[in-house]
Design a protein around this ligand. Structure first.
Ligand SMILES: NC(=O)c1ccc[n+]([C@@H]2O[C@H](COP(=O)([O-])OP(=O)(O)OC[C@H]3O[C@@H](n4cnc5c(N)ncnc54)[C@H](O)[C@@H]3O)[C@@H](O)[C@H]2O)c1
Length: 240
């Protein structure tokens, strides 16, 4: 049975992925910045809760160690935690909104990948990493320039990590959903005009639910797609 760590798993897409992984027989570390929320989800799905602020180096190191001590080497990582930083036209955007999304979405994805990939490499059994990008990284929406500027780098990180880690038998992919009904988008989608603006750009006029994303994530982390772990793997990941 493999072990997975899902960041931002106390709500929305992360909660749905953690729940599905547990139902599929994976041992799951439910990582949340909010300890109570992580405990609640972990209790419900039979996982282990760890408190993790993804952009804080010490918090990431402690939580990854706790998860590994409890579950064994993490072979599946879902870099899901993220923030939107408000919806503001560029001219009115507080600089803090940009620095926050870069710190959490880019910095957090980087730090957690680095911490977990180090363990995967040391164990030599391969693994799978899925990152949450966004359709906004490809198709802009007014008012979300800062958020989109924090999602495009995730595509670049995914490609470079995939190249570096493939020789270690670790597959790295990203998914880039359009709008999904979650706490992140709750306020924006509750406004009928904003909702219609989103719907008008979606040919199926379907705003996704977290459950819609689960099958693709399960496919991407499935051992059935497995890459054989390389016989020798030398990675440039710093803490490997
Ligand atoms: N909802 C959408 O329309 C949509 C579309 C494309 C991509 N995404 C991405 O999906 C991911 C999940 O978002 P969601 O829609 O489920 O929203 P959500 O708000 O339910 O989930 C985000 C989670 O990240 C956590 N988080 C925030 N800051 C954190 C930090 N510093 N450290 C650790 N955890 C932190 C939150 O506590 C929350 O549990 C995000 O990366 C988001 O950018 C969402």
């Amino acid at each position: 049975m493999s072990a997975a760590l899902v960041t931002g798993a106390a709500s929305g897409i992360g909660e749905a992925i953690a729940t599905a992984l547990a139902a599929a027989g994976t041992r799951v570390a439910v990582a949340g910045i909010d300890a109570a929320g992580a405990r609640e989800v972990a209790g419900r799905i039979g996982g282990v809760a760890v408190t993790m602020a993804v952009s804080d180096l010490d918090s990431v190191a402690t939580a990854v160690k706790q998860a590994t001590d409890a579950l064994g080497t993490i072979s599946v990582l879902v870099n899901n935690a993220g923030v939107i930083g408000g919806v503001d036209p560029l001219a009115a955007l507080p600089y803090e909104a940009l620095t926050t999304v870069l710190r959490v979405n880019v910095g957090g994805t980087f730090l957690v990948t680095q911490a977990v990939a180090g363990g995967m490499i040391a164990a030599g059994k391969g693994g799978a990493i899925v990152k949450l990008s966004s359709a906004g990284a490809f198709q802009p929406t007014p008012g979300l320039g800062h958020y989109e500027a924090s999602k495009a780098p995730i595509n670049a990180l995914t490609r470079s990590a995939a190249l570096e880690l493939a020789p270690c038998g670790i597959r790295v992919n990203a998914i880039a959903p359009g709008p999904v009904e979650t706490p992140l988008t709750g306020l924006a989608l509750a406004d009928p005009q904003a909702r219609e603006a989103w719907l008008s750009r979606i040919p199926t006029r379907h705003i996704a639910t977290p459950a819609d994303l689960v099958p693709i994530v399960l496919l991407l982390v499935s051992p059935a797609r497995g890459t054989s772990p390389a016989r020798s793997c030398r990675s440039t990941v710093a803490n490997s």
